[in-house]
Design a protein around this ligand. Structure first.
Ligand SMILES: Nc1ncnc2c1ncn2[C@@H]1O[C@H](COP(=O)(O)OP(=O)(O)OP(=O)(O)O)[C@@H](O)[C@H]1O
Ligand SMILES: [Mg+2]
Length: 299
C-alpha cells in the first residue's frame, strides 16, 4: 500500500495512463518557485514517509570554487524508488555521487552539509569503502571489466572490497538470477563480459552491484545506452528490486521516471525545485519550472 492507502500498483497504473496522454498537466500551479518551498515539500514528504533510508541536509557540493549542489535537503524513503530529473548540468550525477562518497574522489571536489544513512552521518568520519558497499552504484554506460569473465565480473565488486564469498558459484547464480540473466548466460560463464549485448552487460553490472549486498542502489541514467527492449527489462528489474532495496535513479526520460519511481525530485541549477510523489508531480506540479521541464518547454 502506498502512503495514501492505495495499492501501490493502482497508483502506478493510473499514472501511466496520465503520463502517456499528450495533455499538459491541468491542475493549478503554485507560483514562487524557490528553495524554501521545495524544502518544506520535501519535509512534508519525509514526515509522511514510513522511514527515510537516506537523507541529505543542506548538502552543498563544489568543484574547486564552483558550487554545483546548492543546499539540498532531500529524504530518500526506504524500499521506494526515487527519481532525480532535471536538465543537463543541474547536478544530478554530482548529487548521487555524494550519497556514496564518490564525489570526493575527484581532485578539488568537496561537499558540506550532511548525508545520513539510517540516521547516521556518513559524509565524514566513516570508511568510504564501507559506505560504497552499503550504497552501490550502477553507471550510465555498462562497464563490465573487459578482461574478466561473466562469472568474475559478478564477483569483482566483492573482491575489490577484499571479501571472499564462501560459495562463489551459488552467489554468482543467485545474483544472475535476480537480474534475469542466468538462463541467458549459464552455459558460458567463462565468456568475456564484453561478449554480451549492451542490455545484458547492464544487467551484469547490476548483478555485480547486488553481489555486494548493498542496501541502497544508485543508478545514473542506467538505460540511456540501451534499446527500448533492454530498457524495458531493466525497468522490470527495478520494479522487482524495489521490494528489497532503496533505489535512486537519475533519468532524462520522463516516461521512465513515471513508470519506475514512487517519488521524484526535480533539480535545476543545483537546487531542489520540487519533490513529491511521482504521480502528483507529473500531473499537478506545484512549480512553474517543474511544469515547464516535464512538458518539454526547456531542458
Ligand atoms: N569533474 C568535474 N570538474 C569540474 N566541474 C564538473 C565536474 N563534473 C561536473 N562538473 C560540473 O558540475 C555541474 C553538475 O554536473 P553533473 O554532472 O552533476 O550534472 P548532471 O545533472 O548529471 O548532468 P547530465 O544530465 O548532463 O549528466 C556541471 O556544471 C558540470 O559542468
Ligand atoms: Mg549526469
Amino acid at each position: 500500500m502506498d502512503l495514501v492507502g492505495r495499492p501501490a500498483d493502482a497508483g502506478r497504473v493510473a499514472f501511466e495512463r496520465e503520463a502517456s496522454s499528450s495533455r499538459a498537466p491541468s491542475a493549478p500551479f503554485a507560483g514562487a518557485p524557490n528553495g524554501e518551498h521545495a524544502q518544506s515539500d520535501a519535509d512534508a514528504v519525509a514526515s509522511r514517509a514510513q522511514t527515510s533510508k537516506m537523507r541529505t541536509e543542506e548538502l552543498r557540493a563544489f568543484f574547486g570554487r564552483s558550487e554545483v549542489i546548492r543546499g539540498i535537503t532531500l529524504p530518500i524513503p526506504e524500499k521506494k524508488v526515487t527519481a532525480i530529473i532535471g536538465p543537463s548540468g543541474c547536478g544530478k550525477s554530482t548529487f548521487i555521487r555524494c550519497l556514496n562518497r564518490m564525489h570526493e574522489v575527484v581532485p578539488g571536489a568537496r561537499s558540506t552539509g550532511k548525508v545520513l544513512l539510517d540516521g547516521q552521518e556518513i559524509s565524514r568520519g566513516v570508511d568510504p569503502v564501507r559506505i560504497r558497499r552499503r550504497v552501490g552504484m550502477v553507471f550510465q554506460k555498462p562497464n563490465p571489466f573487459p578482461t574478466m569473465s561473466i562469472r568474475d565480473n559478478v564477483l569483482a565488486g566483492l573482491r575489490l572490497n577484499g571479501l571472499r564469498p564462501k560459495d562463489p558459484a551459488s552467489l554468482v547464480e543467485s545474483a544472475l538470477r535476480r537480474v534475469a540473466l542466468w538462463d541467458e548466460v549459464k552455459d558460458g560463464l567463462g565468456r568475456s563480459g564484453l561478449s554480451l549485448s549492451g542490455g545484458q552487460q547492464q544487467r551484469l553490472c547490476i548483478a555485480r552491484t547486488l553481489a555486494t549486498e548493498p542496501e541502497v542502489i544508485l543508478m545514473d541514467e542506467p538505460c540511456s545506452a540501451l534499446d527500448p527492449i533492454a530498457t524495458a527489462r531493466v525497468e522490470e528489474l527495478i520494479h522487482e528490486l524495489q521490494s528489497s532495496y532503496t533505489i535512486v535513479i537519475v533519468t532524462h526520460n520522463m516516461q521512465q521516471a513515471a513508470r519506475v519511481s514512487d517519488y521524484t525530485a526535480f533539480f535545476y541549477m543545483g537546487e531542489l525545485i520540487e519533490h513529491g510523489r511521482t504521480d502528483a508531480m507529473f500531473t499537478r506540479p506545484r512549480q512553474q519550472k517543474t511544469e515547464d521541464y516535464i512538458t518539454g518547454r526547456f531542458g
